[in-house]
Design a binder for this molecule. Structure first.
Ligand code: ATP
Ligand code: MG
Length: 245
């Protein structure tokens, strides 16, 4: 990361790519994570590599949902662990949420490598290793979750989630917050709160909103949730990508 000059015009994009490469080298990120990163990078380029106003509104609504939740859980995959490990720990701290590792390509080695990586970034308790419950309507490996984690959560943040899992979680009746740069992808389309933004910007911004709303009463939080319009957020992102700015 030291090698990239900060004044490089594509600094953030290069940094992101390096983090994924390091993640692959460390056994945290699956090779397929590099393809996901490439797709995300293209959409971010088209969005202008900034948090658009509709994404900020989604991030605020996401923060309100997490603060209102009885059992909020933040889901972590190989790309999330490589890109924003400390930021996810901060968000968990700000919203009193649990962290749960959830992998598309699950192996015991990668699960452990990610758990260790998160611990190095200050996580005290990481779920996902028990895998003592299953999400209905998904094939075996991808259905594995912790009974006292994602399985019983009422609000879940699932960044860069695969479409099938996002759909299955929505069918379980959970309030789902998805971070995904592609507004046409199925995951943001099934989300209660689609955040179309780079996870590198999105997670710290959700945390900032959560800290700012920490003392807000329940009515205020409910209002923020009610005022958020998911269709409008998806449309605004698509419009920005198609028409520019
Ligand atoms: P599918 O249609 O099956 O969902 P996909 O193209 O969405 O396929 P996936 O690997 O399932 O591919 O999902 C990766 C998703 O994550 C993509 O939509 C991509 O835009 C998004 N993504 C990648 N990197 C980031 C990032 N840094 N921040 C936010 N979203 C990202
Ligand atoms: Mg997708």
């Amino acid at each position: 990361e030291e090698e990239i000059p900060e004044d490089h015009p594509r600094y953030q994009d290069l940094l992101t790519r390096h983090r994924i490469e390091n993640g692959v080298e460390k056994g945290i990120t699956h090779l397929q994570g590099m393809h996901a990163e490439g797709r995300g990078s293209a959409f971010d380029y088209l969005l202008g590599e900034e948090t658009i106003p509709s994404a900020d509104a989604a991030e605020r609504a996401g923060a309100a949902h997490l603060l209102l939740a009885d059992r909020p859980v933040l889901s972590i995959n190989g790309n999330v662990a490589a890109l924003v490990p400390g930021e996810m720990v901060d968000l968990a701290d700000a919203t009193d949420a649990d962290l749960e590792i959830n992998l598309f390509n699950r192996t015991p080695e990668r699960m452990q490598a990610i758990a260790d990586h998160l611990s190095e970034h200050g996580a005290e308790d990481v779920r996902g290793l028990e895998a003592d419950a299953r999400i209905p309507n998904l094939d075996h490996e991808r259905a594995k979750v912790d009974e006292d984690g994602i399985y019983s959560a009422d609000v879940v943040l699932v960044p860069l989630e695969d479409g099938d899992r996002a759909e299955a979680l929505a069918e379980m009746g959970k309030t789902e917050i998805v971070v995904d740069l592609n507004p046409l992808s199925r995951s943001p389309r099934v989300a209660d709160v689609p955040i179309v933004d780079n996870i590198i910007r999105a997670v710290p911004n959700v945390t900032d909103h959560a800290r700012e709303l920490a003392d807000a009463d329940e009515e205020t939080l409910q209002e923020i949730v009610a005022e958020f319009d998911r269709e409008q957020a998806l449309e605004a992102a698509e419009e920005r990508i198609r028409d520019g700015f």
